[in-house]
Design a protein around this ligand. Structure first.
Ligand SMILES: C[S@@+](CC[C@H](N)C(=O)[O-])C[C@H]1O[C@@H](n2cnc3c(N)ncnc32)[C@H](O)[C@@H]1O
Length: 355
């Protein structure tokens, strides 16, 4: 009996939470679609909504796992013992109900994001802002990268790419990082490049997102580092009225564009912007590891990110994995850039060199 009460209590809590999520989500979606989200108050509501659906996702995963762990053994037990309905069985059924309910909400989560971002790609950055579901993304991801030695090795491969770039060898090496988020990896890349190649490096980091904290401007050890907030891809040419040797777009703008619904047009647009921003022979550097989207690990990453502010896997596809097929099948893109892979498993760097 007690099991049944606990389960029913959980269902009630779940229904209330889900209804709040749905109630909040609907106006936010409407405001997105109407284009009214430039209003600061609604931007906050939207970011809060992101955090809420992330929480719902976490609960849905727990409900799903519990239902699988409880229902399957119970079902088998009932099957083989032929026992009449018991309270354990009732709990299992109730948990199954929760799991089903949350599967539906989980779909809503994806639909909400997909619809919103396709209609308002200028608001993708909200997720990383103060109330957004990815507000801890940078801290968690960069800590994980450091822990497994990813940053150092990936940056070493990126420097190999920069060496291959046909710059005119007059200082400085100019790098634009247009999707820098907090700028952690851009800062490390600038410092390592300056010391490895014994050249001056000018790093111009920016992002569409307005982050509460990021690596601040500095000039030291052969590096000039500048960070600008609130720069959307469409404004890059206005923001940088000069040409660069390198565009460093690790898991950034190209990843988001190659992942969107109008990907062909979006990708062509950004690659043409990058083409104009680069000096002849300049390169676009992206992450290039190859593995499939690992759905369960992505969910577990979300779970940890919300509750423990950490992640434990590279679960999503790389920029190269999304973009390369599009590049290979598009003669226009092939006329603009040559694709070069520097293979090294998880640390693989791919660069696209301006022709
Ligand atoms: C996953 S983070 C990657 C940050 C950084 N490159 C790294 O690897 O640590 C992706 C970033 O791309 C930015 N971004 C996505 N689309 C963008 C766009 N159209 N214009 C500018 N920034 C964009 C997001 O705001 C976000 O901060």
């Amino acid at each position: 009996m007690i099991y049944l009460l606990v389960a029913l209590g959980s269902v009630a809590a779940v229904v209330v939470l889900a209804s709040v999520g749905a109630l909040l989500g609907v106006p936010v979606l409407v405001y997105y679609l109407k284009g009214s989200l430039d209003n600061a108050r609604f931007r906050k509501v939207a970011a809060g909504f992101y955090a809420l659906v992330a929480l719902i996702t976490v609960i849905s995963i727990v409900a799903f796992l519990v239902s699988v762990l409880v229902f399957i053994p119970t079902g088998l037990w009932i099957l083989f013992s032929g026992s009449p309905i018991s309270s354990i069985e009732s709990v299992a059924y109730v948990l199954m109900g929760i799991a089903t309910f949350y599967s539906v909400l989980f779909s809503f989560y994806y639909v909400a994001f997909t619809v919103s971002h396709n209609k308002r790609p200028d608001l993708i950055g909200l997720q990383y802002e103060k109330y957004g579901r990815l507000r801890n993304w940078s801290r968690a991801t960069n800590a994980f990268r450091k822990e497994i030695g990813w940053t150092e090795r990936f940056v070493t491969r990126a420097i190999e790419a920069i060496q291959a770039c046909k710059d005119d060898r007059t200082d400085p090496i100019v790098i634009i990082g247009p999707s820098a988020n907090s700028g952690v990896i851009e800062d490390i890349l600038a410092r390592r490049t300056a010391s490895a190649l014994e050249r001056q490096v000018h790093m111009y980091a920016s992002d569409m997102t307005e982050l509460p904290s990021h690596i601040e401007d500095y000039s030291e050890d052969g590096v000039e580092y500048r960070y600008t907030s609130g720069i959307e891809a469409a404004d890059l040419k206005k923001t940088y009225p000069f040409q660069a040797d390198v565009i460093f777009d690790n898991k950034g703008i190209l990843w988001h564009k190659a992942n969107s619904s109008k990907k062909k047009v979006n990708v062509q647009e950004i690659m043409s912007t990058y083409y104009d921003l680069l000096k002849p022979g300049g390169i676009v550097i992206v992450d290039g590891y190859i593995h499939k989207n690992q759905g369960l690990l992505t969910m577990l990453n979300q779970f940890q990110l919300q509750l423990l502010r950490r992640i434990s896997w590279f679960a999503e596809k790389s920029t190269y994995a999304y973009f390369s097929k599009m590049y290979q099948s598009d003669p226009e893109l092939k006329k603009l850039f040559k694709e070069v892979i520097i293979p090294d498993g998880l640390y693989t760097v791919v660069y696209y060199q301006k022709l």
